[in-house]
Design a binder for this molecule. Structure first.
Ligand SMILES: Nc1nc2c(ncn2[C@@H]2O[C@H](COP(=O)(O)OP(=O)(O)OP(=O)(O)O)[C@@H](O)[C@H]2O)c(=O)[nH]1
Length: 496
């Protein structure tokens, strides 16, 4: 996704500034211009970029800074904070509660991915123990009901709609009433997609909203919409009280900066992002980890959450214990592969590790990756217990490799490939040795238990350089206790 390029450009601008011997007005302006250019290229609205630039200049008042203050660090923090502010409207959106009936209405442009997102949203909550239901109030697009029905059936979610009835308000009201009676606690109403110019359709949307009195209206926006995002989002906000935004197709080549504009236009937070066509390609959106990732700092808390989501509860303590001991064995890899195959794409998990991309499971190649994982597991089935439990790759002698290849009916090349993959993963996961891994909901404990050594291992080298090497990191860590500084590392130490 092109947002990654934005992150890259911003990081480069900061690095360039860090390399300057003296930081004066000119260096600061060059850096800010570079960052502004990157944001504009990513389709962030001009006014927002200008405001951000002005805000940073106000915070980073070079002359007002006392002598000896670390100007670079202040600059980095200012960029991080400003990006977070852009994405954070300052008020959380309504969140449905289990057992208490809520109505959530989806609105958005035609083809934005609204219908798909309704099901993803329902499925996400179903997995969290909700009893969701879907109502198709899209009487405009032929086939919309069929699409919703198909998606809902696949996910085993009750649905309501009609081929005959043409009044969306009537369908919406009937559906909501029916599911309230059936004790569903999350009733999702999908409405027709429309264009900004279609006044009549906007009126219809307003009527559906008035009749169903939703607790939350979610605006679904395609991330590729570009500079038009602000106007479109604002048009929806003027008709119905949009309370949250979901950005779809973040897996594509969209520049993604429109997300920032949509937040500004609706004054509502982005709550989820769609990262593919499949039902589980849907991620909770958190500002600080997102900006951390954007700036190449990794998303530590997202990674921890994924572990909690992907790894079965009874295996979690053992896995976390082993990771903290730094003993990543082939058996551990085998068990994780089992979980991956059970739970779906773990590419997401790995992409959250600082400095680690989804090499094992690149987007769009999930099927091939799954086949590869299955192949790896077949080969591991031909290994001895001692081999599986060892962390010593020297055990794998040539004769053992040939034996494993023969035993599993695979070429020697494949066994070598699998062992390389193991080494690569062991290296990455080994970095967690000694790191106290917090339980879910205890993210702040991580910041208390982190030390400079761990952080320096986990951070990408360019990031470490940017913050002034070990010395810079040390002074940063001292300040990690303060809320602002944990924001600097959002995803890694911040409370979610
Ligand atoms: N790659 C990718 N495709 C997506 C994502 N979300 C939705 N899509 C695809 O986008 C297309 C349009 O999605 P729909 O859900 O039909 O769009 P809609 O907004 O309901 O369309 P209308 O009913 O016409 O308003 C479909 O092909 C979806 O599979 C996503 O996050 N990533």
């Amino acid at each position: 996704m092109v947002l990654a390029q934005l992150g890259g450009s911003i990081s480069r601008a900061l690095a360039q500034m860090s390399n300057a011997t003296v930081i004066d007005e000119k260096v600061l302006n060059d850096c800010l211009n570079e960052i502004s250019r990157a944001l504009l290229q990513a389709d962030v609205q001009f006014k927002m970029v200008r405001d951000m630039q002005a805000n940073i200049k106000r915070i980073v008042n070079l002359e007002a800074l006392a002598a000896g203050t670390n100007k670079r660090r202040i600059m980095q923090q200012a960029v991080f904070t400003e990006l977070c502010n852009m994405l954070d409207p300052g008020k959380p959106s309504f969140t449905p509660k289990k057992g208490k009936p809520s109505v959530v209405m989806f609105v958005g442009l035609q083809g934005s991915g609204k219908t798909t997102t309704c099901t993803k949203y329902a499925y996400y909550h179903q997995r969290k123990g909700f009893k969701p239901a879907l109502v198709c109030a899209d009487t405009f697009r032929a086939g919309a009901f069929d699409q919703l029905k198909q998606n809902a059936t696949k996910a085993k979610i009750p649905f309501y709609g009609s081929y005959m009835e043409s009044d969306p308000v009537k369908i919406a009201v009937e559906g909501v009433e029916r599911f309230k009676k059936e004790n569903c606690d999350l009733i999702i109403v999908d409405t027709s997609g429309r264009h900004k110019q279609e006044a009549a359709l906007f009126e219809e949307m307003r009527q559906v909203s008035e009749a169903t009195k939703p607790d939350l209206v979610i605006f679904v926006m395609d991330s590729s919409i570009g500079q038009a995002a602000f106007d479109q989002a604002q048009a929806f906000k003027q008709s119905v009280s949009v309370g949250a935004v979901i950005i779809t197709k973040m897996d594509g080549h969209a520049k993604g900066g429109g997300a920032l504009s949509a937040v500004a236009a609706t004054k509502s937070p982005v709550i989820f992002i769609g990262t593919g066509e499949h039902i589980d390609e849907f991620e909770v959106f958190d500002v600080k980890p997102f900006v951390s990732r954007l700036l190449g700092m990794g998303d530590w808390s997202g990674f921890m959450d994924k572990i909690h989501e992907v790894v079965p509860t009874d295996q979690q303590p053992e896995l976390l214990q082993k990771l903290s001991e730094g003993s990543f064995t082939l058996r551990l890899m085998y068990e994780q592969f089992q979980n991956i195959l059970k739970m779906g794409p773990i590419g997401q998990v790995f992409s959250m590790l600082p400095g680690f991309s989804a090499e094992l499971m690149p987007k769009g190649h999930e099927k091939e990756s799954q086949a590869k994982i299955k192949r790896y597991m077949t080969m591991m089935d031909s290994m001895t217990e001692a081999e599986l439990d060892s962390t010593n790759p020297k055990l794998m002698t040539e004769s053992r490799i040939i034996r494993i290849a023969r035993g599993s009916g695979r070429p020697v090349r494949d066994v070598m490939d699998m062992l390389e993959e193991y080494k690569r993963l062991a290296k990455i996961w080994g970095k967690m040795k000694g790191l106290k891994i917090p339980k879910k909901g205890e993210m702040s404990a991580l910041s208390r238990n982190m030390n400079v050594q761990h952080m320096s291992k986990v951070l990408p080298p360019q990031m470490l350089k940017q913050i002034g090497g070990m010395g810079g990191l040390q002074s940063l860590m001292k300040q990690m206790g303060s809320k602002e500084m944990s924001g600097m590392f959002g995803g890694m130490g911040g409370e979610r």
